[in-house]
Design a binder for this molecule. Sequence first.
Ligand SMILES: [Zn+2]
Length: 617
Amino acid sequence: MRLKTRAVLFAIAVLPALLAAQAGVGRTEYTVTFPAPEHRWAQVEATFTRVQGALEARMSRSSPGRYAVHEFAKNVFDLRAFDGSGKELTAVRVNPHQWNVAGHDGTVRIQYKVYGDTIDGTYLAIDTTHAHMNLPALLIWARGFDDRPVRVTFTPPPGSGWKAATQLYPTSDPFTFTAPNLQYLFDSPTELSAYKLRQFSVTNPGGKTYTIRAAVHSDASDQDIDQYAAGLEKIVREAEAVFGEFPDYEPGTYTFLADYLPWAGGDGMEHRNSTVVTGRALRGALGTAAHEFFHCWNVERIRPEGLEPFNFEDANLTDSLWLGEGFTQYYGPLIRTRAGLIDPAQAIGSFGGLANDVINAPGRQFRSAVGMSHAAPFADGARSIDRTNLSNTFISYYSYGGAIALALDLTLRERSAGKITLDDFMRAMWRVHGKPGGPAPGLVGRPYSVNDVRDRLADVSGDRAFADDFVARYIRGREVVDYATLLARAGVALVRRNPGRAWLGDVGFDGTRISTLVPWGSPAFVAGLEQDDVVTAVDGKSVANAPQIQEALAAHKPGDTIALAFNRRSGPATAAVTLQEDPALTATLVEATPGGRLRPEEKAFRDAWLGSRQTKN
Ligand SMILES: [Zn+2]
Protein backbone atom coordinates (compact mmCIF):
# COMPACT_ATOMS: atom_id res chain seq x y z
CA MET A 1 0.00 0.00 0.00
CA ARG A 2 2.71 2.39 0.97
CA LEU A 3 4.89 1.58 -2.02
CA LYS A 4 1.96 1.83 -4.37
CA THR A 5 1.07 5.24 -2.99
CA ARG A 6 4.61 6.35 -3.61
CA ALA A 7 4.57 5.09 -7.18
CA VAL A 8 1.37 6.98 -7.88
CA LEU A 9 2.78 10.13 -6.35
CA PHE A 10 5.89 9.79 -8.48
CA ALA A 11 3.81 9.50 -11.62
CA ILE A 12 1.74 12.52 -10.67
CA ALA A 13 4.82 14.58 -9.94
CA VAL A 14 6.82 13.63 -13.01
CA LEU A 15 4.22 13.20 -15.74
CA PRO A 16 3.19 16.84 -16.14
CA ALA A 17 6.84 17.85 -16.48
CA LEU A 18 7.43 15.19 -19.15
CA LEU A 19 4.26 16.10 -21.01
CA ALA A 20 5.20 19.75 -20.83
CA ALA A 21 8.63 19.01 -22.27
CA GLN A 22 7.13 16.92 -25.09
CA ALA A 23 4.54 19.54 -25.91
CA GLY A 24 7.28 22.14 -25.77
CA VAL A 25 5.59 24.43 -23.26
CA GLY A 26 7.44 27.69 -23.61
CA ARG A 27 9.46 29.49 -21.06
CA THR A 28 8.71 33.09 -20.14
CA GLU A 29 11.79 35.30 -20.34
CA TYR A 30 12.39 38.72 -18.86
CA THR A 31 15.22 41.18 -19.20
CA VAL A 32 15.39 44.15 -16.86
CA THR A 33 17.74 47.07 -17.42
CA PHE A 34 18.23 50.46 -15.77
CA PRO A 35 19.09 53.02 -18.45
CA ALA A 36 18.52 56.01 -16.13
CA PRO A 37 18.43 54.93 -12.48
CA GLU A 38 18.58 58.58 -11.39
CA HIS A 39 15.09 58.95 -12.87
CA ARG A 40 13.92 55.80 -11.07
CA TRP A 41 12.52 53.66 -13.83
CA ALA A 42 13.42 50.29 -15.30
CA GLN A 43 13.15 49.04 -18.86
CA VAL A 44 11.53 45.62 -19.02
CA GLU A 45 11.20 43.21 -21.90
CA ALA A 46 8.97 40.17 -21.45
CA THR A 47 8.98 37.41 -24.05
CA PHE A 48 6.15 34.89 -24.22
CA THR A 49 6.57 31.98 -26.64
CA ARG A 50 4.21 29.31 -28.00
CA VAL A 51 1.34 31.72 -27.57
CA GLN A 52 -1.98 30.50 -28.94
CA GLY A 53 -4.68 33.07 -29.62
CA ALA A 54 -4.57 36.57 -28.19
CA LEU A 55 -2.07 37.03 -25.36
CA GLU A 56 -3.70 38.48 -22.25
CA ALA A 57 -0.87 40.35 -20.56
CA ARG A 58 -1.53 41.85 -17.14
CA MET A 59 0.06 43.84 -14.39
CA SER A 60 -0.74 42.44 -10.97
CA ARG A 61 -3.30 44.16 -8.76
CA SER A 62 -1.99 42.58 -5.57
CA SER A 63 1.17 41.21 -4.02
CA PRO A 64 1.69 38.14 -1.82
CA GLY A 65 1.46 39.05 1.86
CA ARG A 66 -0.13 42.45 1.31
CA TYR A 67 -3.86 42.13 1.49
CA ALA A 68 -5.18 45.24 -0.28
CA VAL A 69 -5.09 45.92 -4.03
CA HIS A 70 -2.23 48.09 -5.23
CA GLU A 71 -2.81 48.49 -8.98
CA PHE A 72 0.75 48.04 -10.17
CA ALA A 73 -0.31 49.00 -13.71
CA LYS A 74 -0.30 52.64 -12.61
CA ASN A 75 3.47 52.99 -12.93
CA VAL A 76 3.78 51.28 -16.33
CA PHE A 77 4.33 53.54 -19.35
CA ASP A 78 5.57 53.45 -22.95
CA LEU A 79 4.34 49.89 -23.53
CA ARG A 80 4.84 48.34 -26.97
CA ALA A 81 4.40 44.81 -28.32
CA PHE A 82 6.23 42.93 -31.08
CA ASP A 83 6.11 39.48 -32.61
CA GLY A 84 9.02 37.05 -32.95
CA SER A 85 10.21 38.70 -36.18
CA GLY A 86 10.28 42.16 -34.61
CA LYS A 87 7.08 43.37 -36.26
CA GLU A 88 5.18 45.77 -34.03
CA LEU A 89 1.75 44.60 -32.87
CA THR A 90 -1.18 46.44 -31.37
CA ALA A 91 -1.54 46.05 -27.61
CA VAL A 92 -5.20 46.71 -26.83
CA ARG A 93 -5.86 48.05 -23.35
CA VAL A 94 -9.00 46.09 -22.46
CA ASN A 95 -9.14 47.10 -18.81
CA PRO A 96 -6.91 49.09 -16.44
CA HIS A 97 -4.66 46.08 -15.80
CA GLN A 98 -4.59 44.24 -19.10
CA TRP A 99 -3.28 44.48 -22.64
CA ASN A 100 -4.42 41.98 -25.28
CA VAL A 101 -2.04 41.22 -28.14
CA ALA A 102 -3.27 39.31 -31.22
CA GLY A 103 -1.94 38.73 -34.75
CA HIS A 104 1.42 37.40 -33.56
CA ASP A 105 3.53 34.51 -34.89
CA GLY A 106 3.43 32.52 -31.63
CA THR A 107 5.90 34.82 -29.91
CA VAL A 108 4.96 38.07 -28.19
CA ARG A 109 7.60 40.45 -26.89
CA ILE A 110 6.34 43.25 -24.66
CA GLN A 111 8.56 46.21 -23.84
CA TYR A 112 7.69 48.86 -21.28
CA LYS A 113 9.08 51.22 -18.71
CA VAL A 114 8.04 51.08 -15.06
CA TYR A 115 8.63 53.73 -12.43
CA GLY A 116 9.21 53.07 -8.74
CA ASP A 117 10.56 55.05 -5.78
CA THR A 118 9.11 53.32 -2.71
CA ILE A 119 11.32 51.14 -0.54
CA ASP A 120 9.23 48.58 1.30
CA GLY A 121 7.97 45.05 0.87
CA THR A 122 5.32 45.79 -1.75
CA TYR A 123 6.54 48.27 -4.32
CA LEU A 124 9.48 49.07 -6.52
CA ALA A 125 12.42 51.36 -5.73
CA ILE A 126 15.05 52.31 -8.28
CA ASP A 127 17.74 54.92 -7.77
CA THR A 128 21.48 55.32 -8.14
CA THR A 129 22.09 53.17 -5.02
CA HIS A 130 19.97 50.16 -5.87
CA ALA A 131 17.07 48.45 -7.57
CA HIS A 132 14.84 47.12 -4.80
CA MET A 133 12.23 45.08 -6.61
CA ASN A 134 9.03 43.40 -5.52
CA LEU A 135 8.41 41.49 -8.72
CA PRO A 136 4.60 41.92 -9.02
CA ALA A 137 5.31 45.67 -9.11
CA LEU A 138 7.88 45.17 -11.90
CA LEU A 139 6.94 42.33 -14.24
CA ILE A 140 4.02 41.89 -16.62
CA TRP A 141 2.63 38.37 -16.79
CA ALA A 142 0.17 36.50 -19.02
CA ARG A 143 -2.99 34.60 -18.23
CA GLY A 144 -2.71 30.84 -18.71
CA PHE A 145 1.08 30.85 -18.38
CA ASP A 146 1.19 30.35 -14.60
CA ASP A 147 2.90 26.96 -14.74
CA ARG A 148 5.59 27.87 -17.22
CA PRO A 149 9.17 28.16 -16.03
CA VAL A 150 10.65 31.63 -16.03
CA ARG A 151 14.07 33.09 -16.68
CA VAL A 152 15.00 36.63 -15.60
CA THR A 153 18.15 38.55 -16.48
CA PHE A 154 18.96 41.81 -14.73
CA THR A 155 21.57 44.16 -16.14
CA PRO A 156 22.86 46.60 -13.53
CA PRO A 157 23.97 50.06 -14.67
CA PRO A 158 27.60 50.03 -15.85
CA GLY A 159 30.05 50.69 -13.03
CA SER A 160 27.36 50.48 -10.34
CA GLY A 161 29.06 47.67 -8.42
CA TRP A 162 25.66 46.11 -7.80
CA LYS A 163 25.25 42.45 -6.91
CA ALA A 164 22.01 40.49 -6.86
CA ALA A 165 20.30 39.00 -3.80
CA THR A 166 17.13 36.96 -4.25
CA GLN A 167 15.45 33.63 -3.54
CA LEU A 168 15.21 33.02 -7.31
CA TYR A 169 17.22 30.00 -8.45
CA PRO A 170 20.78 30.94 -9.44
CA THR A 171 22.41 30.09 -12.79
CA SER A 172 26.03 30.31 -13.92
CA ASP A 173 25.43 34.00 -14.73
CA PRO A 174 25.31 36.01 -11.47
CA PHE A 175 22.51 38.22 -12.84
CA THR A 176 20.37 35.52 -14.47
CA PHE A 177 17.90 33.55 -12.38
CA THR A 178 15.08 31.09 -12.90
CA ALA A 179 11.75 30.34 -11.25
CA PRO A 180 9.70 27.18 -11.71
CA ASN A 181 6.40 29.05 -12.13
CA LEU A 182 4.62 32.38 -11.73
CA GLN A 183 3.73 31.88 -8.05
CA TYR A 184 7.38 31.35 -7.15
CA LEU A 185 8.56 34.19 -9.39
CA PHE A 186 6.23 36.74 -7.81
CA ASP A 187 7.17 35.53 -4.34
CA SER A 188 10.83 36.38 -5.04
CA PRO A 189 11.79 39.98 -4.30
CA THR A 190 15.18 40.90 -5.69
CA GLU A 191 17.71 43.45 -4.50
CA LEU A 192 20.46 44.78 -6.74
CA SER A 193 22.93 46.92 -4.84
CA ALA A 194 26.41 47.02 -3.36
CA TYR A 195 24.97 45.32 -0.28
CA LYS A 196 27.05 43.78 2.48
CA LEU A 197 26.65 40.05 2.92
CA ARG A 198 26.66 38.08 6.16
CA GLN A 199 25.86 34.38 6.25
CA PHE A 200 25.84 31.29 8.41
CA SER A 201 24.69 27.74 7.93
CA VAL A 202 22.08 25.66 9.70
CA THR A 203 21.49 21.93 9.60
CA ASN A 204 18.23 20.06 9.87
CA PRO A 205 17.83 16.89 11.96
CA GLY A 206 18.03 14.84 8.74
CA GLY A 207 21.47 16.34 8.01
CA LYS A 208 20.53 18.72 5.19
CA THR A 209 22.32 22.05 5.45
CA TYR A 210 21.04 25.48 4.40
CA THR A 211 22.75 28.84 4.16
CA ILE A 212 21.04 31.75 5.90
CA ARG A 213 22.11 35.01 4.28
CA ALA A 214 21.65 38.65 5.15
CA ALA A 215 22.13 41.06 2.24
CA VAL A 216 22.27 44.41 4.01
CA HIS A 217 21.96 47.58 1.95
CA SER A 218 22.55 50.28 4.52
CA ASP A 219 24.87 53.05 5.58
CA ALA A 220 25.16 51.38 8.99
CA SER A 221 28.67 50.60 10.26
CA ASP A 222 30.21 47.17 9.75
CA GLN A 223 29.99 46.71 13.50
CA ASP A 224 26.24 47.39 13.49
CA ILE A 225 25.79 44.99 10.58
CA ASP A 226 27.77 42.31 12.44
CA GLN A 227 25.59 42.84 15.50
CA TYR A 228 22.44 42.64 13.38
CA ALA A 229 23.63 39.39 11.79
CA ALA A 230 24.48 37.93 15.20
CA GLY A 231 20.96 38.78 16.35
CA LEU A 232 19.50 37.16 13.23
CA GLU A 233 21.37 33.95 13.98
CA LYS A 234 19.93 33.83 17.51
CA ILE A 235 16.43 34.42 16.15
CA VAL A 236 16.80 31.81 13.41
CA ARG A 237 17.96 29.12 15.84
CA GLU A 238 15.31 29.92 18.44
CA ALA A 239 12.53 29.93 15.82
CA GLU A 240 13.69 26.53 14.58
CA ALA A 241 13.32 25.19 18.11
CA VAL A 242 9.57 25.94 17.99
CA PHE A 243 9.07 23.65 14.99
CA GLY A 244 11.96 21.21 15.48
CA GLU A 245 13.25 21.74 11.95
CA PHE A 246 13.72 24.30 9.21
CA PRO A 247 11.55 24.18 6.12
CA ASP A 248 13.23 22.77 3.03
CA TYR A 249 14.38 26.09 1.54
CA GLU A 250 14.17 25.19 -2.14
CA PRO A 251 17.27 26.99 -3.46
CA GLY A 252 19.23 25.83 -0.39
CA THR A 253 19.27 29.35 1.02
CA TYR A 254 17.09 31.72 3.03
CA THR A 255 17.85 35.41 2.54
CA PHE A 256 17.10 38.49 4.64
CA LEU A 257 16.91 41.33 2.10
CA ALA A 258 17.57 44.20 4.49
CA ASP A 259 17.32 47.79 3.22
CA TYR A 260 17.94 50.23 6.05
CA LEU A 261 18.29 53.67 4.50
CA PRO A 262 17.25 57.15 5.63
CA TRP A 263 14.71 57.32 2.78
CA ALA A 264 13.20 53.86 3.34
CA GLY A 265 9.79 53.15 4.83
CA GLY A 266 9.47 50.76 7.77
CA ASP A 267 8.15 47.41 6.59
CA GLY A 268 8.65 43.67 6.53
CA MET A 269 7.32 41.19 4.00
CA GLU A 270 7.54 37.45 4.22
CA HIS A 271 8.33 35.07 1.37
CA ARG A 272 9.09 31.35 1.16
CA ASN A 273 12.86 31.53 1.15
CA SER A 274 13.50 35.17 1.90
CA THR A 275 12.08 38.27 3.50
CA VAL A 276 12.26 41.97 2.74
CA VAL A 277 12.87 44.06 5.85
CA THR A 278 13.17 47.82 5.49
CA GLY A 279 13.40 50.95 7.59
CA ARG A 280 15.38 54.07 8.34
CA ALA A 281 17.95 52.58 10.71
CA LEU A 282 19.38 49.10 11.22
CA ARG A 283 19.52 49.46 14.99
CA GLY A 284 16.39 48.08 16.58
CA ALA A 285 15.46 46.23 13.39
CA LEU A 286 15.53 42.69 14.81
CA GLY A 287 11.87 42.79 15.84
CA THR A 288 10.79 42.89 12.20
CA ALA A 289 13.24 40.12 11.32
CA ALA A 290 11.91 37.84 14.09
CA HIS A 291 8.34 38.28 12.87
CA GLU A 292 9.19 37.73 9.21
CA PHE A 293 11.39 34.70 9.80
CA PHE A 294 8.59 32.94 11.69
CA HIS A 295 6.53 33.39 8.53
CA CYS A 296 8.77 30.98 6.58
CA TRP A 297 6.73 28.32 8.39
CA ASN A 298 3.56 30.20 9.31
CA VAL A 299 1.85 31.61 6.15
CA GLU A 300 4.52 30.63 3.64
CA ARG A 301 4.02 26.90 4.16
CA ILE A 302 1.36 26.59 6.86
CA ARG A 303 -0.93 28.61 4.62
CA PRO A 304 -4.58 29.53 5.09
CA GLU A 305 -7.14 28.78 2.43
CA GLY A 306 -7.83 31.94 0.47
CA LEU A 307 -4.15 32.75 0.04
CA GLU A 308 -3.41 29.63 -2.02
CA PRO A 309 -2.80 29.98 -4.84
CA PHE A 310 -2.29 33.72 -4.63
CA ASN A 311 -4.64 35.65 -6.93
CA PHE A 312 -2.80 38.42 -8.76
CA GLU A 313 -6.04 39.76 -10.23
CA ASP A 314 -7.76 40.81 -7.00
CA ALA A 315 -7.36 41.17 -3.25
CA ASN A 316 -7.17 37.81 -1.51
CA LEU A 317 -9.68 36.96 1.19
CA THR A 318 -8.95 34.51 3.99
CA ASP A 319 -10.58 33.59 7.32
CA SER A 320 -7.33 33.15 9.15
CA LEU A 321 -5.02 36.16 9.29
CA TRP A 322 -5.53 36.09 13.07
CA LEU A 323 -3.37 32.92 12.86
CA GLY A 324 -1.16 33.78 9.88
CA GLU A 325 -0.30 37.27 11.10
CA GLY A 326 -1.54 37.28 14.69
CA PHE A 327 0.24 34.15 15.92
CA THR A 328 3.36 35.40 14.12
CA GLN A 329 2.98 38.71 15.95
CA TYR A 330 2.93 36.80 19.24
CA TYR A 331 5.93 34.65 18.40
CA GLY A 332 8.12 37.62 17.36
CA PRO A 333 8.71 38.97 20.87
CA LEU A 334 8.45 35.48 22.38
CA ILE A 335 11.34 34.24 20.23
CA ARG A 336 13.41 37.35 20.90
CA THR A 337 12.90 36.82 24.62
CA ARG A 338 13.80 33.14 24.40
CA ALA A 339 16.89 34.13 22.38
CA GLY A 340 17.94 36.62 25.05
CA LEU A 341 17.59 39.63 22.73
CA ILE A 342 14.94 41.37 24.84
CA ASP A 343 14.13 40.91 28.49
CA PRO A 344 10.93 39.28 29.73
CA ALA A 345 9.47 42.61 30.91
CA GLN A 346 9.52 43.89 27.31
CA ALA A 347 7.74 40.81 25.99
CA ILE A 348 5.19 40.99 28.80
CA GLY A 349 4.61 44.66 27.97
CA SER A 350 3.84 43.82 24.35
CA PHE A 351 1.61 40.87 25.33
CA GLY A 352 -0.31 43.18 27.66
CA GLY A 353 -0.82 45.55 24.74
CA LEU A 354 -2.32 42.72 22.66
CA ALA A 355 -4.71 41.72 25.45
CA ASN A 356 -5.71 45.34 26.06
CA ASP A 357 -6.58 45.83 22.38
CA VAL A 358 -8.93 42.87 22.31
CA ILE A 359 -10.49 43.53 25.70
CA ASN A 360 -11.09 47.26 25.26
CA ALA A 361 -11.25 48.16 21.56
CA PRO A 362 -14.86 48.53 20.40
CA GLY A 363 -14.40 46.48 17.21
CA ARG A 364 -14.97 43.16 18.95
CA GLN A 365 -18.67 44.07 19.32
CA PHE A 366 -19.01 43.92 15.55
CA ARG A 367 -16.56 41.38 14.16
CA SER A 368 -14.94 38.16 15.34
CA ALA A 369 -11.29 37.34 14.69
CA VAL A 370 -12.44 35.74 11.42
CA GLY A 371 -14.32 38.94 10.56
CA MET A 372 -11.20 41.02 11.21
CA SER A 373 -9.35 38.82 8.72
CA HIS A 374 -12.05 39.54 6.15
CA ALA A 375 -11.48 43.29 6.59
CA ALA A 376 -7.78 43.01 5.69
CA PRO A 377 -8.20 44.27 2.10
CA PHE A 378 -9.44 47.57 3.56
CA ALA A 379 -6.82 47.81 6.29
CA ASP A 380 -3.49 46.38 5.16
CA GLY A 381 -1.75 49.10 3.20
CA ALA A 382 -5.14 50.19 1.88
CA ARG A 383 -5.92 53.85 1.35
CA SER A 384 -9.39 55.29 1.68
CA ILE A 385 -10.27 58.73 0.39
CA ASP A 386 -13.64 58.65 2.14
CA ARG A 387 -13.94 58.52 5.88
CA THR A 388 -14.41 55.06 7.37
CA ASN A 389 -15.35 54.00 10.89
CA LEU A 390 -12.80 51.18 10.99
CA SER A 391 -11.39 52.53 14.26
CA ASN A 392 -14.74 51.56 15.78
CA THR A 393 -15.41 48.34 13.91
CA PHE A 394 -11.98 46.85 13.26
CA ILE A 395 -9.20 45.51 15.45
CA SER A 396 -6.03 44.59 13.63
CA TYR A 397 -5.76 40.82 13.15
CA TYR A 398 -2.14 41.28 14.26
CA SER A 399 -3.16 42.27 17.77
CA TYR A 400 -6.40 40.28 17.85
CA GLY A 401 -4.62 37.14 16.67
CA GLY A 402 -1.62 37.84 18.89
CA ALA A 403 -3.97 38.01 21.86
CA ILE A 404 -5.59 34.71 20.82
CA ALA A 405 -2.14 33.11 20.59
CA LEU A 406 -1.29 34.40 24.06
CA ALA A 407 -4.57 33.06 25.44
CA LEU A 408 -4.17 29.69 23.76
CA ASP A 409 -0.54 29.25 24.83
CA LEU A 410 -1.32 30.05 28.47
CA THR A 411 -4.49 27.93 28.43
CA LEU A 412 -2.75 24.88 26.95
CA ARG A 413 0.08 25.20 29.47
CA GLU A 414 -2.29 25.59 32.38
CA ARG A 415 -4.57 22.67 31.53
CA SER A 416 -1.66 20.28 30.85
CA ALA A 417 0.55 21.36 33.75
CA GLY A 418 3.05 22.70 31.21
CA LYS A 419 3.26 19.56 29.07
CA ILE A 420 1.39 20.97 26.05
CA THR A 421 2.04 24.43 24.64
CA LEU A 422 1.29 26.55 21.62
CA ASP A 423 4.59 25.28 20.16
CA ASP A 424 2.96 21.82 20.01
CA PHE A 425 0.00 23.28 18.17
CA MET A 426 2.32 25.00 15.68
CA ARG A 427 4.21 21.73 15.18
CA ALA A 428 0.92 19.94 14.50
CA MET A 429 -0.02 22.58 11.93
CA TRP A 430 3.45 22.19 10.40
CA ARG A 431 3.24 18.40 10.27
CA VAL A 432 -0.16 18.29 8.60
CA HIS A 433 -0.34 21.46 6.52
CA GLY A 434 3.20 22.77 6.03
CA LYS A 435 5.78 20.05 5.80
CA PRO A 436 4.02 17.94 3.12
CA GLY A 437 4.64 20.78 0.66
CA GLY A 438 2.94 21.26 -2.68
CA PRO A 439 2.96 20.08 -6.28
CA ALA A 440 5.75 22.54 -7.19
CA PRO A 441 8.02 24.97 -5.35
CA GLY A 442 5.99 28.02 -4.46
CA LEU A 443 2.75 26.07 -4.07
CA VAL A 444 1.12 24.73 -0.90
CA GLY A 445 -0.74 21.44 -1.18
CA ARG A 446 -2.80 21.47 2.01
CA PRO A 447 -3.86 24.99 2.97
CA TYR A 448 -5.90 25.03 6.18
CA SER A 449 -9.39 26.16 7.12
CA VAL A 450 -10.69 27.22 10.53
CA ASN A 451 -12.08 23.68 10.88
CA ASP A 452 -8.56 22.33 10.34
CA VAL A 453 -7.32 24.62 13.10
CA ARG A 454 -10.02 23.24 15.38
CA ASP A 455 -9.01 19.67 14.48
CA ARG A 456 -5.30 20.27 15.12
CA LEU A 457 -6.19 21.86 18.44
CA ALA A 458 -8.25 18.78 19.30
CA ASP A 459 -5.26 16.60 18.30
CA VAL A 460 -2.70 18.37 20.48
CA SER A 461 -4.97 19.00 23.46
CA GLY A 462 -6.52 15.53 23.29
CA ASP A 463 -9.84 17.23 24.03
CA ARG A 464 -12.23 17.84 21.16
CA ALA A 465 -14.78 19.60 23.35
CA PHE A 466 -12.12 22.08 24.46
CA ALA A 467 -11.06 22.71 20.85
CA ASP A 468 -14.66 23.17 19.68
CA ASP A 469 -15.40 25.55 22.53
CA PHE A 470 -12.24 27.64 22.09
CA VAL A 471 -12.76 28.10 18.35
CA ALA A 472 -16.49 28.77 18.69
CA ARG A 473 -16.12 31.39 21.41
CA TYR A 474 -12.85 33.19 20.73
CA ILE A 475 -12.19 32.75 16.99
CA ARG A 476 -15.57 32.49 15.31
CA GLY A 477 -17.31 34.17 18.24
CA ARG A 478 -16.66 37.54 19.84
CA GLU A 479 -15.89 36.51 23.40
CA VAL A 480 -12.67 37.39 25.16
CA VAL A 481 -10.74 35.13 27.52
CA ASP A 482 -9.97 36.03 31.11
CA TYR A 483 -6.44 37.29 30.53
CA ALA A 484 -5.86 38.48 34.09
CA THR A 485 -6.35 34.96 35.50
CA LEU A 486 -4.24 33.32 32.78
CA LEU A 487 -1.36 35.79 33.10
CA ALA A 488 -1.37 35.49 36.88
CA ARG A 489 -0.13 31.87 36.52
CA ALA A 490 3.10 33.30 35.08
CA GLY A 491 3.42 35.94 37.76
CA VAL A 492 2.13 38.69 35.49
CA ALA A 493 -0.32 41.31 36.72
CA LEU A 494 -2.80 42.79 34.25
CA VAL A 495 -3.77 46.07 35.88
CA ARG A 496 -5.40 49.41 35.09
CA ARG A 497 -2.93 51.75 33.44
CA ASN A 498 -4.53 54.85 34.98
CA PRO A 499 -6.30 53.68 38.11
CA GLY A 500 -8.94 56.08 39.41
CA ARG A 501 -8.74 58.38 36.38
CA ALA A 502 -12.04 59.79 35.12
CA TRP A 503 -12.39 59.01 31.41
CA LEU A 504 -14.83 60.01 28.70
CA GLY A 505 -13.31 57.79 26.01
CA ASP A 506 -10.11 57.84 23.95
CA VAL A 507 -11.15 60.95 22.10
CA GLY A 508 -8.73 63.14 20.16
CA PHE A 509 -9.07 66.93 20.11
CA ASP A 510 -7.85 69.52 17.64
CA GLY A 511 -8.29 72.63 19.73
CA THR A 512 -11.73 71.90 21.18
CA ARG A 513 -12.97 70.07 18.07
CA ILE A 514 -13.28 66.29 18.42
CA SER A 515 -10.83 65.17 15.74
CA THR A 516 -11.28 61.38 15.92
CA LEU A 517 -14.21 59.04 15.83
CA VAL A 518 -15.71 58.80 19.31
CA PRO A 519 -15.12 55.18 20.42
CA TRP A 520 -18.32 53.17 20.23
CA GLY A 521 -19.76 52.60 23.68
CA SER A 522 -17.48 55.09 25.47
CA PRO A 523 -19.04 57.66 27.87
CA ALA A 524 -18.77 60.41 25.23
CA PHE A 525 -20.40 58.13 22.65
CA VAL A 526 -23.25 57.18 24.98
CA ALA A 527 -23.83 60.90 25.59
CA GLY A 528 -24.18 61.43 21.83
CA LEU A 529 -20.90 63.17 20.98
CA GLU A 530 -19.23 62.52 17.64
CA GLN A 531 -16.32 63.56 15.45
CA ASP A 532 -16.29 67.29 14.49
CA ASP A 533 -18.44 68.39 17.43
CA VAL A 534 -16.76 71.49 18.91
CA VAL A 535 -16.82 71.60 22.70
CA THR A 536 -17.50 75.10 24.01
CA ALA A 537 -17.96 74.59 27.77
CA VAL A 538 -17.48 71.96 30.49
CA ASP A 539 -19.64 72.26 33.61
CA GLY A 540 -20.74 75.70 32.44
CA LYS A 541 -17.20 77.01 32.14
CA SER A 542 -16.08 77.88 28.63
CA VAL A 543 -13.03 76.08 27.21
CA ALA A 544 -10.65 77.31 24.51
CA ASN A 545 -8.30 74.37 24.02
CA ALA A 546 -7.76 70.66 24.71
CA PRO A 547 -5.68 71.12 27.91
CA GLN A 548 -8.56 73.09 29.44
CA ILE A 549 -10.92 70.20 28.65
CA GLN A 550 -8.48 67.72 30.24
CA GLU A 551 -8.09 69.99 33.26
CA ALA A 552 -11.86 70.11 33.75
CA LEU A 553 -12.02 66.30 33.50
CA ALA A 554 -9.19 65.82 35.97
CA ALA A 555 -11.28 67.54 38.65
CA HIS A 556 -13.76 64.63 38.47
CA LYS A 557 -13.95 61.04 39.66
CA PRO A 558 -15.25 58.03 37.74
CA GLY A 559 -19.04 57.97 38.08
CA ASP A 560 -19.39 61.77 38.05
CA THR A 561 -21.64 63.32 35.41
CA ILE A 562 -20.36 66.41 33.62
CA ALA A 563 -22.27 68.90 31.46
CA LEU A 564 -20.80 69.53 28.01
CA ALA A 565 -21.87 72.33 25.70
CA PHE A 566 -20.83 72.02 22.08
CA ASN A 567 -21.53 73.16 18.54
CA ARG A 568 -22.35 70.60 15.90
CA ARG A 569 -23.47 70.63 12.25
CA SER A 570 -27.09 71.24 13.29
CA GLY A 571 -26.25 73.99 15.82
CA PRO A 572 -25.53 74.35 19.56
CA ALA A 573 -26.24 71.33 21.77
CA THR A 574 -25.58 69.99 25.27
CA ALA A 575 -24.89 66.57 26.72
CA ALA A 576 -24.50 65.01 30.15
CA VAL A 577 -21.53 62.62 30.15
CA THR A 578 -21.19 60.06 32.94
CA LEU A 579 -17.47 59.44 33.30
CA GLN A 580 -15.97 55.98 33.81
CA GLU A 581 -12.63 54.82 35.11
CA ASP A 582 -10.12 54.59 32.25
CA PRO A 583 -10.34 50.87 31.31
CA ALA A 584 -6.87 50.72 29.67
CA LEU A 585 -4.84 47.75 30.92
CA THR A 586 -1.15 47.11 31.15
CA ALA A 587 0.76 43.94 31.98
CA THR A 588 3.71 43.96 34.37
CA LEU A 589 5.83 41.38 36.12
CA VAL A 590 4.28 40.85 39.53
CA GLU A 591 7.60 41.43 41.29
CA ALA A 592 7.72 44.91 39.75
CA THR A 593 4.35 45.88 41.28
CA PRO A 594 4.18 47.47 44.74
CA GLY A 595 4.42 44.69 47.33
CA GLY A 596 4.37 42.03 44.59
CA ARG A 597 6.21 38.74 45.03
CA LEU A 598 6.97 36.07 42.43
CA ARG A 599 6.06 32.62 43.76
CA PRO A 600 8.24 29.63 42.83
CA GLU A 601 5.46 27.96 40.81
CA GLU A 602 4.89 31.21 38.90
CA LYS A 603 8.60 31.50 38.18
CA ALA A 604 8.67 27.92 36.90
CA PHE A 605 5.67 28.59 34.65
CA ARG A 606 7.25 31.79 33.32
CA ASP A 607 10.68 30.24 32.74
CA ALA A 608 9.18 27.35 30.78
CA TRP A 609 7.20 29.85 28.70
CA LEU A 610 9.81 32.55 28.06
CA GLY A 611 13.02 30.52 28.36
CA SER A 612 15.04 29.18 25.42
CA ARG A 613 13.66 26.08 23.70
CA GLN A 614 16.96 25.17 22.12
CA THR A 615 18.46 21.88 23.20
CA LYS A 616 21.56 22.70 25.17
CA ASN A 617 24.69 20.98 23.91
ZN1 LIG B 1 3.52 39.28 9.12
